[in-house]
Design a protein around this ligand. Structure first.
Ligand SMILES: [Zn+2]
Length: 239
């Protein structure tokens, strides 16, 4: 049984507008953007009791009740899911462990929602897509890390990678790149990251920009490489 989204909000100390408590849409202060924090009259986060979903009108953060509890408490989505549905009810395919937000990033969320049978048949493809996503993001994060070490902007870069980890829904990203960095033998994704860092570093120097701007060039070099890669794939398919 799913919990009620209003209960989750109350349990986690969110400030609810008492006047809306009996209404279909309960309003409370948004814990994600805090954009309404300084105005006592404003409550941007809307909780829909009937659908058990939330949405902030300001920062657009939205989702279902499990995602809500996960985001508010900082617990992994899977842990929250297990809290309500138990752990060992059945064996899950790794693709079934992905959260709605993770699925959205690899464009499988709508298939799961609207064509469940097709999704169930495609679990192998879903997990392959997720792994490709993780691999790409690790390359980017690793390139950033190398630039950070080279330019002695380590803490800025770590903050940047933390933000990336949130955006791309890979909670272990910082850990992943740090433990790879300390390995004696780098895996292939790390070597690709190094190439991208090299390109970015050179470009930043050529443009005689501050080296701390090299981070911008990391993203440029990364998307360039990704594009080249997918073009190459297309050519292979044509040929
Ligand atoms: Zn918000």
């Amino acid at each position: 049984m799913l919990p009620s989204i209003v209960n989750v909000a109350e349990e986690n100390g969110l400030k609810i507008n008492p006047r809306t408590l009996k209404q279909k849409e309960v309003l409370c202060k948004c814990p994600f953007c805090l954009a309404d924090a300084n105005d006592p009259k404003k409550y941007y986060l809307s909780l829909n009791l009937k659908e058990n979903i939330y949405k902030c009108w300001y920062c657009k953060e939205s989702g279902g009740v499990l995602q809500f509890e996960s985001s508010v408490t900082g617990k992994p989505f899977q842990e929250v899911k297990e809290k309500y549905f138990g752990k060992n009810r059945k064996k899950y395919h790794p693709a079934e462990m992905l959260s709605p937000k993770q699925l959205a990033l690899i464009n499988w969320d709508e298939v799961k929602r609207n064509h469940f049978e097709e999704y169930k048949k495609s679990l192998q493809t879903v997990i392959a897509d997720w792994k490709a996503h993780v691999r790409e993001q690790r390359i980017l994060a690793f390139a950033k890390l190398l630039i950070g070490i080279e330019t002695m902007k380590y803490s800025i870069v770590i903050e940047n990678i933390k933000k990336q980890a949130e955006d791309v829904q890979i909670p272990t990203l910082v850990e992943d790149v740090l433990s790879m960095y300390s390995c004696t033998q780098w895996e292939e994704w790390a070597l690709e990251g190094r190439i991208i860092a090299g390109v970015a570093y050179k470009t930043a120097k050529q443009e005689s920009k501050e080296l701390e701007n090299a981070l911008i060039y990391v993203s440029l070099a990364f998307y360039q490489a990704i594009n080249d890669h997918s073009q190459q794939k297309q050519f292979e398919r044509v040929g």
